[in-house]
Design a protein around this ligand. Structure first.
Ligand code: CA
Ligand code: CA
Ligand code: CA
Ligand code: CA
Length: 389
């Protein structure tokens, strides 16, 4: 009896030692490849074979239009890693607007002169953080769009986690926030890798519905038909554009024409801020402006643009007496490069710069003059300001 008791405990002891050893080896292996200060390593944990940087991206600096735009450093705090969201908002009763900056490891609110009003740091390194207001009370929260390692999650204004959403052992590809039922509370759409599908969550991160789909690379909520209600727009394993209503029903599903495999994309009004919204994507052909039925409206000429970039664009009112320009920043997270393109109203490329860093955010903000905007580009712990020369 005693012998069997000792033997059972010995077996248990051996099993525990074995588990601890395996965990230690696993942590050790992860440590070799992951620099925790470098979130792109986390993204590419399954992609050890780094692609060589294309020759066209080896040079950096202004290639076109130095006589048009002036670049200056607007904000710098190397405590922050990649700046992933820049929002102009009215944070406090002080006259004028403030600016919110979210990064992969923290967030800050600053005034027009870049003085810090408040700052929070997150407990862990996240993937792509955006500033949101979950319950429409003018106190800002944060959303992590998620990754295979972290899942999608939200944080309160102190930076404390509210919830994290994961599904079985599926990798999270992307998540976005929007009030899809117009009740004043945000919902969240999460897209999963493999056969994990598309999920709608309520403001508490609880599942409302699941619809099957494969490799849902990128999700957005946008009003595609001007009825003041968001639809869900996402890409998938086939590279198609799927539009769903708030119940998850597919309204349309189309290939991009001419053929373009859609994975990552962003949404913007084009060419001006009062115009319709389009899908913005890129590859070696150029910057693609695509409608929600998959028809390509234009391929903007974009020298040195490559596949595997993430294109984010928006109209910017740089000059009082000129129509808006259209600015696009394409980020290459595996090559430590970004390309900034600026187009005039006739779609001519008037400015091009290759930046030696990964720029995951772009914004047009008014700062001190409500009649005009400056362009802000978020890089690695810094934000660049572009204004007319
Ligand atoms: Ca204010
Ligand atoms: Ca809030
Ligand atoms: Ca809602
Ligand atoms: Ca709609």
């Amino acid at each position: 009896m005693l012998g069997s008791y000792v033997k059972t405990n010995l077996n248990l002891f051996i099993i525990i030692i074995l588990i601890i050893s395996l965990l230690t080896i696993r942590i050790f292996i992860f440590d070799i490849f992951i620099d925790e200060n470098d979130t792109k390593d986390v993204d590419y944990i399954n992609d050890f074979e780094k692609l060589e940087r294309p020759e066209g991206l080896n040079i950096t600096g202004v290639l076109i239009g130095s006589e048009i735009l002036n670049k200056s450093l607007f904000y710098k705090n190397k405590q922050f890693d990649y700046i992933t969201d820049i929002v102009e908002l009215d944070l406090d009763p002080d006259p004028g607007l403030e600016i919110g900056l979210a990064s992969t490891n923290g967030a800050t609110f600053i005034n027009n002169n870049s003085d810090t009003i408040s700052k929070v740091m997150f407990e862990s390194w996240l993937n792509h953080v955006e500033i949101i207001d979950i319950n429409n009370d003018n106190t800002y929260e944060f959303m992590n769009r998620g990754s295979w390692l972290s899942g999608a999650s939200t944080y309160d204004h102190h930076g404390e986690e509210i919830w994290t959403y994961t599904y079985e052992d599926r990798g999270t590809d992307d998540a976005c926030a929007g009030d899809i039922d117009n009740d004043g509370q945000l919902e969240f759409v999460v897209g999963f890798n493999g056969g994990g599908g598309v999920h709608l969550l309520d403001e508490n991160g609880d599942n409302v519905w699941v619809k099957p789909d494969g490799n849902v690379w990128h999700v957005e909520m946008v009003d595609t038909n001007n009825d003041s209600t968001f639809e869900i727009v996402h890409s998938n394993v086939s590279g198609d554009i799927t539009v769903r209503n708030g119940k998850g029903k597919v309204i349309s599903k189309n290939e991009v024409s001419p053929h373009h495999y859609l994975s990552d994309f962003s949404i913007s009004s084009w060419p001006g801020s009062n115009d319709s919204k389009y899908i913005i994507s890129c590859d070696e052909v150029g910057i693609w402006i695509i409608n929600f039925s998959g028809e390509t409206v234009i391929q903007l000429k974009a020298p040195r643009c490559e596949d595997l970039g993430f294109a984010r664009g928006l109209p910017v009112k740089l000059m009082n007496d000129q129509p808006e320009y259209f600015a696009v920043i394409v980020a290459y997270k595996n090559w430590e490069r970004s390309i900034l393109y600026l187009y005039n109203i006739t779609n001519d490329l008037v400015y091009q710069e290759i930046l030696p860093e990964v720029c995951n955010s772009i914004a047009a903000v008014t700062l001190n003059d409500p009649e005009t905007e400056v362009l802000l580009i978020g890089g690695e712990g810094e934000v660049w300001k572009y204004e007319p020369v």
